[in-house]
Design a protein around this ligand. Structure first.
Ligand SMILES: O=C(O)c1cccc(C(=O)CC[C@H]2O[C@@H](n3cnc4c(=O)[nH]cnc43)[C@H](O)[C@@H]2O)c1
Length: 226
């Protein structure tokens, strides 16, 4: 069995990489071996473009991936989520793809003749196959941007345009797009590092989010690597 552990940046999963290395029976480059599986660790960079390119290189027919896990931090639009809480993102969508209208509003591609097509659902949502249902983390709807939302105006627009989205990231939709397209089972675990609000970097809690994220990822990986 081949598992891919994908993060945008190394610090987000460093504790898990160390944990995996301590338990592996061998390694070559970024692939760690275990008795019953291999775990490949990859960093896709921040944002959809680099994530898509990374996955395009990894998802090859000659080296099938059985389970891809995207692990990262994210911003909460849903204020009932707690800082440091780990969530299981079971759907994702783009939230800034389209055209800017004269008043600054987003016109989604369907508004100018390009409705969502496979692997998107008709409403633009991406839902991959995966083991999500059996995990002990709340399932949430994700939304993906290329620029973290950081003004009251942008936040209001996102809440109006995408009322169902609970967690914002910069890579989730690209990950699900690649996994559905290549028929790879997908799991997106995010830990809440901040609320999506007018930019206030001091209010982010990256250490807590990263600690809880890694505890969750290790809990998911443990049965596979034993
Ligand atoms: O300091 C900043 O403004 C800043 C902007 C973007 C990313 C960062 C990071 O250090 C984390 C990278 C990672 O974080 C995810 N993330 C976390 N919170 C949010 C959010 O509110 N909206 C969108 N993405 C978020 C994202 O997936 C990045 O890969 C710092």
């Amino acid at each position: 069995m081949r598992i891919l552990l994908l993060a945008a940046t190394p610090p987000e999963v460093l504790p898990t990489v160390q944990w995996l290395r301590q338990r592996s029976t061998g390694s070559r480059e970024n692939v760690l071996s275990f008795p019953r599986c291999e775990v490949a660790v990859a960093f896709g960079g921040i944002g959809s473009m680099t994530t898509a390119f990374t996955l395009g290189q990894i998802f090859r027919p000659d080296a099938p991936v059985n389970l891809a896990i995207q692990a990262g931090v994210g911003g909460a639009l849903d204020r009932s989520l707690q800082l440091g809480q780990v969530v299981n993102v079971v759907s994702d969508r783009t939230m800034d793809l389209g055209a800017e209208d004269r008043d600054g509003a987003l016109l989604q591609p369907a508004a100018f003749g390009f409705p969502p097509a496979h692997p998107f659902r008709e409403d633009g949502v991406l839902i991959p196959a995966g083991p999500s249902a059996i995990l002990p983390y709340p399932t949430v709807a994700g939304g993906t941007v290329n620029r973290t939302t950081g003004s009251a105006t942008s936040l209001q627009r996102i809440k109006t345009d995408f009322p169902d989205v609970q967690v914002e990231s910069m890579e989730g939709a690209a990950f699900f797009y690649a996994c559905i397209s290549c028929e790879v089972a997908a799991l997106q675990l995010r830990s809440i590092s901040n609320y999506v609000e007018p930019r206030n970097r001091d209010a982010w809690n990256m250490p807590l989010a990263i600690a809880n994220l890694n505890e969750a990822v290790q809990r998911v990986l443990a049965p596979f690597i034993q």
